[in-house]
Design a protein around this ligand. Structure first.
Ligand SMILES: C[S@@+](CC[C@H](N)C(=O)[O-])C[C@H]1O[C@@H](n2cnc3c(N)ncnc32)[C@H](O)[C@@H]1O
Length: 316
């Protein structure tokens, strides 16, 4: 992919035509189921290719193969999904029943993390990579309830998320939101386009919830995090969730479920161990309570453990 080919003119206001890649929303305007890629349970065998946006632009909307953004939407109780997504989602939930709890716990973690960053640490800028389909409480809604001047840039490469992007662009007049149709494998493109909305001289919360699991190569994933965090100043945060097959979090069932996913849905996914996920946070200072099941990060009471780590760390 050529980064230059991915840059399109900024467009404000109305819902975009499909070829636009950046849209902004200042001021309220607004089994046998598909691809046959085979993978090891960790999704790392050579015949599972890394999810990358095609060099000729966004992938077309494909309603015949289950897509992660839509199945995730199904698991959290949304309606923006197709029959194939429901069938795959149900099959995975049959193999790995905790998956719905994982998806809901992940969204609840997002809410707590954004509230804590906005109210507790004064963060006013968010770069939300791997946004997912709009849902009840999106990042800008949570942040702008506390700080109406908060600015949020959303990034995803799924055409269905692009199609729903207008819901993410309902900024307060004081703040701003933008949507980038971009691939996490291109951190410099993301940073360059995000800088049209965010002041990268001031702290930014880089949010990578449930996205690094789609970068199958761990070294590559670490490099992406390093490049993104290098582009933001001291006092910026990394907010992370990531699935695990670690047995102490009840993740053993993830292996078979992800193997099924990688044979029947897209993009291919991988789980990682606590140590591998901790390595993404190297060079940053972990915020209490550290790298924990995301359901338990600054949660009230003692919520059940889920096999999805969550963490917030600050750039020193
Ligand atoms: C599991 S969902 C997580 C959504 C949201 N962050 C959350 O935590 O609820 C992962 C999202 O990452 C997006 N995604 C997957 N691979 C991507 C890539 N290479 N570049 C950009 N986004 C990607 C998917 O389209 C999907 O919307």
């Amino acid at each position: 992919m050529t980064p230059a080919g991915r840059s399109r003119p900024l467009r404000t206001g109305r819902f975009p035509v499909s070829r636009d890649r950046v849209i902004t929303g200042r001021h309220n305007d607004g089994g046998g189921l598909g691809a046959a890629a085979r993978a090891s349970p960790q999704g790392r065998s050579a015949d599972v290719s890394e999810n990358r946006t095609p060099s000729n632009g966004s992938p077309a909307l494909d309603t015949t193969v289950a897509h992660n953004a839509r199945v995730w939407n199904y698991w959290i109780g949304g309606k923006d999904n197709y029959e194939v997504d429901q069938r795959v989602g149900e099959h995975v939930a049959g193999m790995f029943p905790v998956i719905r709890d994982v998806a809901r716990a992940d969204r609840a973690f997002l809410g707590r993390a954004v509230r804590w960053l906005t109210a507790g640490r004064g963060v006013r800028q968010f770069l939300d990579i791997g946004t997912g389909l709009p849902t009840v409480d999106n990042t800008h809604e949570i942040a702008q309830r506390i700080a109406p001047d908060a600015r949020v840039v959303y990034v995803d490469n799924d055409p269905i998320v692009l199609a729903h992007a207008r819901t993410l662009l309902t900024s307060t007049p004081e703040g701003a939101t933008a949507y980038l149709d971009a691939d996490v494998h291109d951190p410099e493109v993301i940073v360059e386009r995000a800088a049209e909305t965010l002041d990268l001289g001031r702290p930014v919360a880089v949010m990578m919830l449930g996205i690094l699991n789609f970068v199958l190569d761990t070294d590559k994933a670490r490099d992406i995090v390093r490049r993104l965090m290098a582009a933001v100043p001291s006092g910026s945060f990394l907010v992370l969730t990531h699935p695990t097959a670690d047995a102490d979090l009840g993740g053993e069932g993830n292996a078979a479920a992800m193997e099924f996913w990688n044979r029947n849905a897209t993009p291919p996914i991988t789980a990682r161990s606590r140590a591998e996920i901790a390595a993404f946070l190297e060079g940053l200072d972990l915020v209490e309570p550290g790298l924990v099941p995301c359901s338990q990060w600054r949660a009230d009471g003692s919520p059940a453990v889920v096999p999805q780590f969550g963490a917030v760390a600050v750039k020193p």
